[in-house]
Design a protein around this ligand. Structure first.
Ligand SMILES: [Zn+2]
Length: 1022
């Protein structure tokens, strides 16, 4: 896991251990004392060094099993520190029939300087299942964006593997207390088996989990100690060794590529992991856009795992998850005890054996359900994870600071001030801990099965006892296409959705026939509780690990109404068994079609799917045939009804056919040529924009910011999209440092066959530079539209290219991934087209704070610049053990009328700004004072601002711009302080971005002040 708020923006950080300064790249010679150990035919001794520190805990063995001596020798020789071992992993059993990793892959797990491709791990798993069909079964669970297989291996005893489907169905029975009686459940507790699903390889630079799982699978299949037999007999272990398959192959390529680089030359960071994002692949649990998330959800719904366990690498030496709290409000309280029981079992068993540095509690909170392992919690299972000291694979030294080595209640045997570390330590520590977890669940299988049943039953009962009996999602609400899409995405996650058979009233909620109903009395209602609730995160809590607010209906600008009237459960309704289809089509007759702009994201699909058809946008609200249309509604003159009707039906959009166009101001919706700019310094966040553009059918040309230097941008593009990169304006302009003399290519070659899927470069060093920035300004000056977001919105103001907005960094403001109330202050701006009312819930994360009122180049006043923005305002005031006792003041939303990066404080030096201005002048670009058009701003009243999440000192955000349109020459710079395309969750604000794209050369439409040099081509249609 990675904390996006504390991300080090150093492009090389992926290659380094982020926690320590010293990482000596030394190969540790095999310890003489260990080599000197005598080897018998059967393995009976523990390493001397370990014996002196540890009680003899070797489990009694039955008939002695032959040891794989060659492999066992590698374990000893590769171990970097004799304390990091247990009797479970200090040897490998031999097998005549099942190939060891050494035999199959040519090297043992934990060999320094080597990494294994996912395709080879999969091949090995397939071979294990072939060699031991009684104990293992292998299958494919999905395909990645780049077309690679995601696989799983199931391991259990012969009888269980033979009847795997029977055991799956037993867990299925325990999942649904509506069908399974208590008596039947009691029987099942003794006959069913818990399913433990281990997943790794999600965060591609965290390389050890997949390696360790190679060995664990073999051990679980082959070993005949009572300890392993007990696991095999009582638990079904499911393993997906690499879930981010695309990223793993790139990581292995990158590692070997860097090995061959000369000293002093720049090292290649791991660029793209999957096609779209990097560590956000573990923030997709709610959005469920990525194939890897969909695969785990599919497995969860089919197999009902009792535990889902992710293996990560970001702590010293092994952190077993519980978290500091606050814990998610809607998980069943039983889960909290399960987290603690499992984690304490890990800490105790490892500590008993003298292994230092195994701990819990002091990392991560437990709040936001966007992690992959939260798929477990929304389905009544247990989700947990490890963070292990990095695998390497090159050995190194770990010298943590006092905050890591101090003895604390949650860390009874803390990490050491110095230790030699490397791949075998990593393998030993996490394999041992995982085996103790498996063993604990095997020994307590009835308990965990009973808890699972109880959690499912309590979820159903919650719907019967209230206070929330159901949720209603009006099917004909304004954004009806988006509502149907949301329903379908929720169904994919296992939530049952019904449709009302007749109209009825449920308390104050008017339900229409056909409305979607999420019944509260269903096993996975926890998912609805988690997603539809309002979050309240008092800042007195420990600093949040990630987002604090995520309320589904706010993020999607939808109506989802909780029902507190029990009678709704008895109303006539039918369970949806296929995707919901939103109503759409054409009413009336006539040659002119008017498509209502409802804010639905499919509006942009409609435009681009018919790019050769002339379409116009109404610039004002109007009424036609008794229907009220919002500005932005699309007028298609001389429309071919037969062609359009099926498209509108497919998209769930409604159009009215009329004889003549409405008498309203209009402009052409010219299809833009779109360029999409990314930086090589960071490819983490921008992919969420591509996710939206690809899904809704907006084509673009993707290229790196370096290419801006080539100029002639305006002749090639009408719109340039430049999503959030992170870092300061300066770092974004400079790009990756020009370290070393050799170019740093990112290309597909024979040695790096998996790189450059999305983009490539002969040399990724150096960004746009001031020259590229001048070209970007020239592009706008010549009439292009540049759309920026988050960090990229600060570049033009900071370099003084746009003069009407100031970037503030108020140290006192604390708002971490929250949902805030914004007001569309200019409903006539094309960017706000389709939105019904002025108020809109928006996602905002700390920065940037854009002040238009303070305006003026050089006026960096406003909010003060000291301190680190977004630090907990209550830190250092002593411990508050009941931070949730005083909830935050949160406003209800009435809709019917990343990360704060380090080094943000760096502003361009005066010299750079002067150079930029001089270059601009030489290029014929005049920078002149112009006032931006504020399209949307945050509430004036700080007490009215927070809708979900956390906020302190909101007065520093009051009236600041959330979205603005800055004129520059003949063009426009659109700046979003909010993140309109955030993790597939903020679908309610996608339309702001789509509007800017569709109306790119008419953004001055509806402007009350003189349009300056705007290019509005307004026509009065007769
Ligand atoms: Zn991770």
């Amino acid at each position: 896991m990675r904390n996006p708020h504390s991300q080090i923006r150093n492009p090389h950080s992926a290659l380094r251990n982020p926690h320590y300064d010293v990482r000596m790249n030394i190969r540790i010679a095999a310890c003489g004392a260990l080599i000197a150990l005598a080897l018998g035919t059967t393995y009976v001794s523990t390493p001397i060094a370990a014996q002196t520190r540890k009680p003899p805990l070797r489990h009694a063995q039955g008939a002695p099993q032959k040891i794989d001596e060659e492999y066992t020798r590698t374990i000893r020789e590769n171990l970097q520190d004799p304390r990091i071992t247990t009797e479970l992993v200090d040897h490998l059993p031999a097998s005549d029939t099942v190939p060891s990793p050494l035999k199959f892959l040519g090297r043992a797990v934990g060999a320094p300087g080597e990494l294994t491709y996912a395709k080879d791990i999969s091949r090995y798993y397939e071979a294990l299942a072939k060699a031991a069909p009684g104990r293992a079964k292998y299958w494919k669970v999905g395909t990645t964006e780049e077309g690679r297989d995601i696989v799983v291996l199931a391991i259990a005893d012969d009888a269980t593997i033979k009847s795997l489907e029977k055991y799956r169905d037993m867990l299925g029975e325990l999942t649904d207390p509506r069908k399974t009686t208590g008596a039947r459940a009691q029987q099942l507790l003794h006959t069913a088996k818990p399913l433990y699903y281990a997943i790794s390889g999600m965060h591609s630079p965290e390389t050890g989990g997949p390696e360790m799982l190679i060995e664990l699978a073999y051990r679980l299949i082959v070993e005949e100690t009572p300890f392993i037999q007990n696991i095999r007999n009582n638990v079904i272990t499911l393993i997906t060794p690499v879930i981010e398959v695309d990223g793993r192959e790139k990581q292995v390529d990158t590692y070997y590529f860097n090995k061959k680089r000369a000293q002093g030359d720049a090292r290649l960071p791991l660029m793209y992991w999957g096609k779209y994002v990097q560590h956000d692949n573990n923030r997709d649990g709610m959005g469920q856009f990525l194939k890897l998330t969909q695969a785990v959800t599919k497995e969860t719904l089919e197999w009902h795992p009792t535990v889902i366990h992710d293996l990560h690498e970001a702590q010293t030496y092994l952190y077993s998850s519980t978290g500091t709290g606050p814990y998610n409000n809607d998980i069943d309280p039983i889960v909290v005890s399960e987290w603690w029981t499992l984690a304490q079992n890990d800490v105790m068993e490892m500590t008993k054996r003298g292994v230092p540095g195994v701990w819990t509690y002091g990392f991560y909170d437990g709040w936001v359900p966007n992690y992959m392992f939260f798929i477990a919690h929304s389905h009544n299972s247990i989700g947990r994870f490890y963070e292990v000291q990095s695998y390497g694979p090159d050995p190194y030294e770990v010298r943590p600071g006092a905050t890591v080595t101090s003895k604390e209640w949650f860390r009874p045997n803390p990490p050491l001030p110095m230790i030699k570390w490397g791949p075998r330590n990593n393998t030993n520590i996490q394999q041992s801990a995982l085996l103790f977890s498996l063993s604990h669940v095997a020994k307590n299988k009835d308990l965990y099965l009973e808890n699972y049943w109880l959690k499912s039953k309590r979820a159903v009962d919650k719907g019967k006892t209230g206070p929330t009996y159901a949720w209603v999602i009006p099917a004909t609400q304004r954004r009806k296409a988006d509502a149907a899409m949301a329903v379908n995405e929720l169904r994919t996650q296992g939530l049952e959705v019904s449709r009302a058979g007749t109209a009825f009233k449920a308390g104050p909620v008017d339900v229409k026939a056909g409305d979607y109903i999420v019944r509260g009395d269903q096993p996975f209602r926890t998912l609805a509780d988690m997603y539809f609730s309002i979050q309240n995160y008092p800042p007195q809590n420990p600093s949040p690990y990630d987002d604090t607010g995520w309320t589904f209906q706010y993020m999607r600008d939808l109506k989802i109404l909780p029902v507190t009237e029990k009678g709704i459960l008895d109303q006539q309704m039918t369970l949806l068994t296929a995707d919901a289809k939103p109503p759409g089509g054409i009413e009336g007759t006539g040659n002119v079609l008017v498509v209502d702009h409802t804010g639905d994201n499919n509006i942009v699909t409609f435009r681009f799917r018919n790019k050769d058809v002339k379409m116009l946008a109404a610039e004002e609200d109007f009424e036609l045939g008794g229907h009220k249309f919002r500005a932005g509604s699309i007028i298609v003159p001389d429309a071919d009804r037969a062609a359009f009707e099926p498209i509108l039906k497919d998209l769930g959009l409604s159009a009215w056919a009329v004889a003549s166009a409405p008498n309203v101001k209009i402009h052409d919706l010219d299809i833009p040529r779109i360029g999409y700019v990314h930086s090589w310094t960071r490819t983490q966040d921008e992919g969420w924009w591509r996710a939206a553009l690809d899904t809704f059918g907006v084509p673009y040309t993707y290229f790196a910011d370096q290419k801006l230097r080539e100029g002639s941008l305006r002749s090639r593009y009408d719109v340039l999209l430049f999503p959030h990169v992170g870092g300061s304006a300066v770092s974004q302009v400079n790009g990756m440092p020009k370290t070393g003399s050799a170019p740093l290519p990112y290309k597909k070659t024979a040695d790096t066959p998996n790189l450059a899927y999305v983009d490539s470069s002969d040399d990724i060093r150096g960004g746009m530079g001031v020259e590229g920035l001048v070209e970007l300004a020239r592009f706008v000056q010549e009439g292009g539209t540049l759309v920026t977001e988050g960090s990229t919105a600060t570049i033009f103001p900071e370099y003084g290219i746009t003069t009407g907005v100031t970037v503030e960094e108020p140290a006192q403001l604390f708002v971490r991934g929250s949902i805030l109330r914004a007001k569309i202050t200019d409903l006539k701006s094309p960017i706000g087209y389709g939105y019904e009312s002025a108020d809109l819930p928006v996602y905002f994360n700390q920065a940037p704070v854009l002040n238009v009122a303070a305006g003026g180049f050089g006026g960096f006043g406003g909010g003060g610049r000291g301190g680190a923005p977004g630090t907990n305002p209550n830190a250092g005031f002593g411990q508050n053990v009941t931070p949730n006792a005083v909830p935050l003041r949160i406003q209800p939303f009435e809709s019917d009328t990343n990360a704060a990066p380090s080094g943000r404080g760096e502003r361009p030096p005066a010299d750079d700004v002067a150079q930029m201005r001089q270059l601009a002048q030489q290029s014929g670009i005049t920078i002149e004072d112009a006032r931006p058009r504020v399209v949307m701003q945050f509430s004036a009243n700080p007490n009215d601002m927070l809708l979900s999440g956390t906020l302190a000192n909101g007065q520093f955000l009051a009236n600041r711009a959330a979205a603005l349109d800055h004129p520059l020459g003949k063009g426009h710079v659109v700046m979003f302080a909010i993140r309109p395309f955030w993790r597939w969750q903020t679908q309610g604000t996608y339309t702001l971005g789509f509007n800017a794209i569709m109306n790119w050369n008419d953004l001055d439409a509806g402007k009350t002040a003189p349009a300056g040099r705007g290019t509005t081509s307004q026509q009065q249609r007769q």
